[in-house]
Ligand binder design. Structure first.
Ligand code: IPD
Ligand code: CA
Ligand code: CA
Length: 264
């Protein structure tokens, strides 16, 4: 395994252990409300601290962007960390959350790890080397029609101004797809897409740490990810469409009439 990926795996597993140890104590955790519907618990913070500690001890010169502690400046290797993607699920005992760690070099995604500590599922990707789930190669699905497809999404709960546009997109896809899932962990949704468990995905208003690792996983599993302008500025806009090449196009075509200028 690539040494930098190895460090990311070690950090994700260690954070996973920490999260699992706190499960019996969720009710007693200190929870901070960052903004409306946006929470961070002391577990988010200590998991992030643990990940940064492990990365820092191996690569003290690297930069870090982490959800809870922000930007730690360094060289042109940048780690993008979400210590607990699916915090609301976690706080409710709803078993769907993960640790997400990505590495970029000069702006290009090079390594990705998403770890589900409850199922002990480790999703990894290195640029140009494919994507793995627990050492087994994964590929996006071969689904080629909306009919029969299973899609993932996230609701724009922090971006109410986009709710009407989003609901039109939802209607356009809901009519023909076999189902649409909103799991509450975008990192796992993208990992599931890479593993062929979902056929397509779209969401509005993501932050880099929600999607960075998942994007590389999808790409390395043979999928396509774009923003709502069919371009690659998703880290900036926060809006993504992902799928195998056919499903990506199908989702884009279906939601395109509802993409307002401010979503492009
Ligand atoms: C959230 C999850 C969710 C997405 C939200 C994110 P968090 O991350 O990824 O699926 O819809 O936009 O904020 O806050 O649980 O790390
Ligand atoms: Ca997140
Ligand atoms: Ca988080």
């Amino acid at each position: 395994m690539q040494p930098m990926l190895n460090i990311a795996v070690r950090a994700a597993r260690s954070a996973g252990e920490l999260i699992l140890r706190s499960i019996d104590n969720i009710g007693a955790l200190k929870v901070h409300q960052k903004s409306k519907n946006d929470f961070a618990s002391e577990v988010d913070k200590s998991a992030e601290y643990e990940i940064i500690r492990i990365i820092n001890s191996a690569y003290p010169e690297h930069s870090i962007i982490a959800e809870e502690s922000g930007h730690h400046p360094g060289n042109d290797y940048v780690w993008i960390i979400d210590p607990l993607d699916g915090t609301t699920n976690f706080l409710h005992g709803f078993p769907q959350y993960a640790i997400s760690i990505a590495l970029t070099h000069k702006g290009k995604l090079t390594q990705a790890v998403i770890y589900d500590p409850l199922r002990d599922e480790l999703f990894c990707a290195s640029q140009g080397a494919g994507a793995l789930l627990n050492d087994r190669k994964i590929r996006v699905s071969q689904q080629s029609h909306l009919q029969g497809s299973l899609l993932g999404t996230g609701f724009p709960f922090k971006h109410q101004k986009h709710l009407d546009a989003y609901l039109e997109m939802f209607k356009a896809l809901h009519v023909d797809s076999a189902g649409i899932r909103r799991t509450g962990s975008t990192a796992l949704d993208l990992a599931y897409l890479a593993a062929g468990r979902l056929d397509g995905f779209w969401e509005i208003g993501l932050r880099p740490w929600d999607m960075a690792a998942g994007i590389l996983l999808v790409q390395e599993a043979g999928g396509v990810v774009t923003d709502f302008s069919f371009d690659h500025h998703f880290m900036k806009s926060g809006n993504i469409i992902a799928g195998n090449p056919k499903m990506h196009q199908i989702i884009y075509n279906a939601i395109n009439p509802h993409i307002t200028d401010s979503l492009k």
